[in-house]
Design a protein around this ligand. Structure first.
Ligand SMILES: [Zn+2]
Length: 295
């Protein structure tokens, strides 16, 4: 019996009984949740998500951080990927989130159970994670699906960064796509070369038909806050951009299903600025069409 067979048998056994969250069904869920071979992005940073929804593991000898849990049905995939890379689930000490929609937060409850990690979220995002339901100020409140509630969430408060062992994650508050949106920045090194990595939340102004980005009573400052968030991502030291949806940055083009990350495409110090330029155009267009609809 080969060692790898034993390893994979142990891996699948360890996940039996843990898959208790009902899968969310949506038009894009199946494509988003397609299998993706996990791969090293740079240094101690690894892509562990399914093909169409990002989830990133940042490792250290004193414990790891996981960003985003994708869909409820992604949790066993993400857990399997962490183990495939040779890391222990119980070494994941902290889980953070980009924004509290079912396609990025849906797997967090299950991943918390599997890892025993602490879940830390912005003050605005924490109650949403605890309930599994977005609040009335979310621009997409009318059609967003509920997701498994996370039982134990710590609010981030005013902390500018999170420290896990030697890892330091800087917090970039990026409300706009969702009220509690958060982006994360850290450094990963290979030999002498350290790069700045940014996990950017979605910055696209999408909403229900009834929501107005240019002044809605449910969230009057949505456009202004989104614009400030864009400026923060644009100004961040950024050599590698990872977006919550890989297709929104160069990430999709840089990965393939066999897990071969193309470094030439991944390392791109213009990626954050380009991402912001694209999403800013969307916001401008959106505000212009809201204005013209008023006349
Ligand atoms: Zn999303």
């Amino acid at each position: 019996m080969s060692r790898s067979w034993i390893l994979s048998a142990v891996t699948s056994l360890s996940l039996v009984g843990s898959v208790n969250a009902a899968p969310i069904e949506c038009s894009r869920c199946e494509a988003w949740n397609k299998e993706q071979v996990p791969f090293q992005i740079y240094g101690n940073t690894y892509y562990v998500g399914p093909h169409g929804l990002s989830s990133v593991l940042i490792t250290s000898p004193q414990g790891h951080v996981l960003i985003d849990g994708a869909l409820p049905q992604s949790a066993p995939l993400i857990a399997k990927h962490v183990e495939q890379l040779g890391f222990k689930l119980t070494d994941v000490k902290v889980i953070v989130n980009s924004h509290t929609h079912y396609d990025h937060a849906g797997g967090i409850a299950e991943l918390q159970k599997l890892t025993g990690a602490k879940v830390i979220a912005s003050d605005k995002a924490a109650p949403v994670l605890r309930s599994g339901r977005v609040e009335s100020d979310d621009p997409q409140v009318e059609h967003l699906l509920p997701f498994p509630a996370v039982s134990n969430v710590e609010a981030l408060g005013q902390r500018p960064s999170l420290q896990v062992g030697t890892l330091k994650l800087s917090v970039i508050h990026t409300p706009g796509h969702a009220p509690g949106g958060t982006s994360w920045r850290w450094q990963s090194c290979e030999a002498e070369r350290c790069l700045n990595l940014v996990y950017s939340d979605s910055l696209n102004a999408v909403s229900d038909k009834s929501f107005k980005y240019g002044g809605d009573p449910r969230w009057p400052t949505a456009a202004k806050e989104l614009s400030t968030s864009m400026a923060a991502i644009s100004a961040a030291p950024c050599d590698i951009l990872i977006t919550a949806h890989p297709e929104l940055s160069g990430l999709s083009a840089a990965i393939d299903e066999r897990g071969h990350g193309d470094r030439a495409k991944l390392i791109d110090s213009a990626a954050c600025k380009r991402y912001v330029a694209t999403t800013r155009q969307l916001l401008d267009k959106r505000l212009a069409s809201e204005k013209s609809a008023q006349h």
